[in-house]
Design a protein around this ligand. Structure first.
Ligand code: BES
Ligand code: ZN
Length: 456
């Protein structure tokens, strides 16, 4: 391992340069005008992995954006690790808030700034560079390694199930590692052992056939925005709990042990609030902030539209209104069931005089890792070797649909070894990657491969 680590140390700068080249490609999956860029982005990664000596590299088309698959099979007696990441990135708006342009990555204050540097291109390259370090020193990896890097994670991985069905054999592995999360805090190696799931719907409320004069018709017909606002207001109680009947039925309660473990973490709520830039913490009664963001479900309006949005005043009863609504889910909630409950409840509380339709946009199931599996001790050891500190277990409130899907399909545990920082501005302007974390992440991945290679 000494020469692998030495190689990582002596190529520190070039590893950043390689990443910079990839970040320049604007692989925004949600924007159809960037479809060709997402494709070019996949091709760039495929070429890079081919240059790293993968025996097989393929770009897998989907009904949407393509995924990249690569494989280094070194020894059938060794375990096989499947590494997952995504090569698509979030949109950049509001563009004016970026200090430097999102697709012209630059280094300031020990950080690399640009869209996708940490979510998730930098974390994919953590693995690519660890693979390179073995290739250029030992000549080969200590394990069999497969990599699947999808192009639609940021838009809900809608074609992932089909892809995994079609490539079940290609994706077979003993362990799975996903690097697409943040660490608990600066310099604290953190294995993420839980993710929330997601149910995302759009609610359409239709009233009159066209925008009406509010003087001539106001008071005589239902206003779809008024109706939508009333419905949305009815989704939470004063205690912060969601009122949709059956919503909590499948929620697994936190155990006393889990609550103690969460409470023991060095969580700085003041600092967390400063990061959010919000005036106060708010949420479901009876739970701490960490419990609420990691292990309790939520219902949030992500966007709302309708009526007159122009300057000044315009007196109308709008024809329609709509809202995008997302629920973060926890074990054992099922996205499809939550969508059905939402549909039923919204239909039941719709005021007279409007038609309500709820469309299912996408979802993902929650994940809780089997931390008693020996691979978690191994991963902790690898992480700690690189960072020189004890590794902690944490959860995340975000979602990565692939994780639960692959865990269910293979029955194998999934390691969530993330190298982001809590305030990395993922999905926001001025996303950044801590370059020290990138460097130590590459070492962590190398140690992980080494440790797994020496597993009995
Ligand atoms: N890297 C995130 C997942 C994540 C978010 C991890 C927050 C840790 C904390 C990933 O790229 C992401 O944004 N996922 C989406 C998934 C959704 C579109 C199904 C999310 O969580 O909103
Ligand atoms: Zn993301």
């Amino acid at each position: 391992m000494q020469d692998v680590i030495a190689f990582i140390d002596s190529n520190r700068k070039r590893f950043v340069d390689d990443l910079v080249e990839w970040v320049r490609i604007p692989s925004v999956s949600s924007d159809p005008s960037h479809a060709a860029d997402v494709k070019r982005n996949a091709a760039h990664l495929a070429a890079h992995l081919r240059a790293l000596g993968a025996g097989r590299v393929e770009v897998w088309p989907t009904a949407g954006h393509p995924a990249v698959f690569a494989e280094w099979l070194v020894d059938p007696t060794k375990p096989t690790l499947l590494v997952y990441g995504h090569h698509d990135v979030q949109p950049v708006d509001p563009l004016a808030e970026w200090v430097t342009p999102p697709f012209e990555p630059c280094i300031r204050a020990g950080r690399l700034w640009g869209r996708g540097v940490v979510d998730d291109k930098g974390q994919v390259y953590v693995h690519a560079k660890a693979i390179e370090a073995f290739g250029k020193t030992a000549g080969k990896l200590p394990i069999n390694l497969k990599m699947i890097v999808e192009g639609e994670e940021e838009v809900g991985s809608v074609n992932l199930d089909a892809l995994m069905r079609d490539h079940r054999k290609d994706l077979a592995a003993d362990f799975v590692c996903v690097s697409d999360t943040a660490m608990f805090g600066r310099g604290i190696p953190s294995l993420c052992v839980g993710l929330r799931g997601l149910a995302y719907v759009e609610v359409f409320v239709d009233g009159p056939a066209l925008d009406l004069h509010s003087g001539s018709f106001g008071g005589g017909v239902q206003n779809p925005i008024n109706a939508l606002a009333r419905m949305i207001a009815a989704l939470h109680g004063d205690d912060g709990r969601i009122t949709v009947p059956g919503f909590y039925d499948k929620v697994r309660a936190l155990t006393e042990v889990e609550r103690k473990e969460i409470a023991a973490l060095p969580f700085d709520e003041v600092e967390w609030l400063r990061m959010a830039g919000a005036p106060a913490v708010v949420g479901e009664k009876g739970y701490s902030t960490l419990e609420r963001i990691w292990a309790r479900p939520t219902l949030d309006i992500c966007g709302i539209t309708g009526g007159f949005q122009g300057e000044g005043a315009k007196t109308i009863i709008p024809a329609r209104a709509s809202a995008k609504l997302s629920c973060r889910l926890v074990p054992d909630q099922e996205p499809d069931e939550i969508v059905r409950l939402l549909q039923e409840y919204l239909a039941a509380i719709a005021p007279p005089g409007v038609r309500v339709r709820v469309e299912n946009l996408h979802g993902g199931r929650p994940y809780l890792a089997p931390t008693d599996h020996p691979v978690f001790e191994i991963a902790k050891r690898a992480f700690s070797k690189a960072f020189g500190k004890p590794t902690i277990f944490m959860r995340e409130g975000g979602s990565i649909p692939f994780v639960r899907t692959i865990a269910d399909a293979t029955g194998k545990p999934c390691l969530l070894m993330g190298f982001g920082q809590p305030d990395e501005n993922a999905h926001a302007p001025n996303e950044w990657l801590d370059l020290e974390n990138y460097h130590l992440g590459i070492k962590s991945a190398a140690y992980l491969y080494d440790e797994i290679g020496r597993m009995a």
